[in-house]
Design a protein around this ligand. Structure first.
Ligand SMILES: NC(=O)c1ccc[n+]([C@@H]2O[C@H](COP(=O)([O-])OP(=O)(O)OC[C@H]3O[C@@H](n4cnc5c(N)ncnc54)[C@H](O)[C@@H]3O)[C@@H](O)[C@H]2O)c1
Ligand SMILES: [Zn+2]
Length: 368
């Protein structure tokens, strides 16, 4: 059926309208295999009804295992097997690892195929699915290989998260906390009580969907101003120098930290540094921002439990920090928080200063 005999239906939800208007020759829908069967059926019907082209459904186990060359190779074979062309479109329904890996594979297939993401974790909903950064891990470090390839759209529906483990749900809230630290309006709404989780019904699901959309709005606005991270987008890296080092240094241990957990600890560390500044930049913090720092520290502790067991020491974190992709030359770069919406950087760490600050931070954490 061609587009003349299959007119665009303006009453379609906006993400389906985007898909329909993109007029793909084929849609490959890759979804997390553990998702709710009822929702999968509902979405498949919606896709089939909205689109004139064939829709192929592929269940897949998500997670960090997808962010390797071997997995990308498999994905490219999958694209070939389904005859995907540059006019095809990949819809992902999964966590951040799935949108990163599928987004990367799609961006290099035939020099670039379009994507649309339906995130199924809080982290992907507020952060990973947006902004077009795709990639895989390489050489033992996070996200070393990747592209910028904006998805056509991102569609958030908190109902997908009902099958998600509690640890992944809570960890994913860390990126929303980061957004609140970057934006005064987001901070105000962030301080309102959260809806119940797990949700009792439709009302709570809708409330979470709106909550995720509001937080994602912070990232969307920043990415629109600076899509390729030459300026304001670097503020989204708040907490991430330490977070990526933590993730990488625990990745092959019994107690691997999730990205969101590592970001939560990275934010705790950034707040600690803000209250005891050793990095340059910015004036002294106002009393209001000091209160915000303390409030956020409590919120993070309440909502994002961290793995038990010893944390990596300063020296091993430093080794991974020297690999961070934000570094320039031999400088280990980071962003420093000096109040809501006041992130300064890039600032650079000296090894001695970092190690001393980390040790003080760990001591004060253990004493609290
Ligand atoms: N591209 C970006 O801008 C960006 C930003 C932030 C994070 N990230 C990346 O995102 C990844 C983390 O994403 P995440 O926190 O969403 O975790 P994830 O994608 O690793 O998913 C966590 C686990 O939950 C499973 N899962 C996902 N959705 C599920 C559901 N609805 N029901 C049951 N199981 C489900 C997955 O299979 C996996 O085992 C990291 O690799 C991080 O580097 C990317
Ligand atoms: Zn992150």
């Amino acid at each position: 059926m061609d587009s003349e005999t299959f007119p665009v239906n303006p009453s379609l939800p906006s993400w389906l309208l985007v898909l329909r208007t993109a007029d793909p020759d084929r849609v490959l829908w890759v979804h997390e295999e553990a998702c709710s069967q009822d929702l999968l059926r509902e979405y498949f019907m919606n896709l089939e009804n909205a689109l004139a082209c064939p829709v192929v459904q592929v269940p897949m186990r998500g997670g960090e295992r997808l962010k390797t060359w071997d997995a990308v190779n498999e994905l490219l074979r999958l694209f070939q097997g389904h005859g995907l062309t540059r006019s095809s479109l990949v819809v992902t329904t999964g966590g951040g690892a799935m949108s990163d890996a599928l987004g990367f594979a799609a961006s290099i297939w035939k020099r670039g195929m379009r994507t649309l993401h339906v995130p199924t974790t809080p982290l992907a909903a507020v952060d990973a699915a947006w902004g077009g950064k795709t990639g895989i891990n390489w050489g033992g470090s996070k996200n070393q290989v990747g592209t910028f390839a904006e998805p056509l759209a991102v569609h958030i529906d908190a109902r997908w998260m009902q099958t998600l483990g509690e640890r992944d749900f809570h960890a994913g809230l860390a990126e929303a906390a980061k957004h609140a630290l970057l934006d005064a309006t987001a901070m105000r709404s962030f301080q309102a009580p959260l809806p119940e989780w797990p949700c009792a019904g439709v009302e709570e699901h809708n409330a979470w969907t709106s909550w995720f959309e509001a937080s994602a709005g912070v990232k969307k606005r920043i990415v629109e101003l600076d899509p390729h991270e030459h300026g304001v987008r670097t503020t989204l890296n708040l907490g991430h120098t330490v977070a990526h080092a933590l993730e990488a240094s625990t990745a092959t241990t019994q107690c691997a930290w999730l990205h969101g957990e590592a970001v939560a600890l990275g934010l705790h560390f950034a707040l600690h540094e803000a209250l005891n500044p050793v990095l340059g930049g910015g004036d002294a913090m106002s009393a209001e921002d000091t209160e915000h720092a303390q409030w956020m520290g409590q919120w993070l502790k309440e909502w994002i439990p961290l793995p038990k067991g010893p944390w990596p020491d300063a020296a091993s974190l430093w080794t991974f920090m020297t690999e961070d992709k934000k570094n320039v030359g031999d400088e280990v770069r980071d962003m420093a928080w000096r109040g809501v919406g006041k992130v300064v950087g890039p600032v650079s760490w000296k090894r001695d200063t970092f190690e001393a600050t980390w040790e003080t931070f760990v001591r004060s954490w253990n004493d609290s």
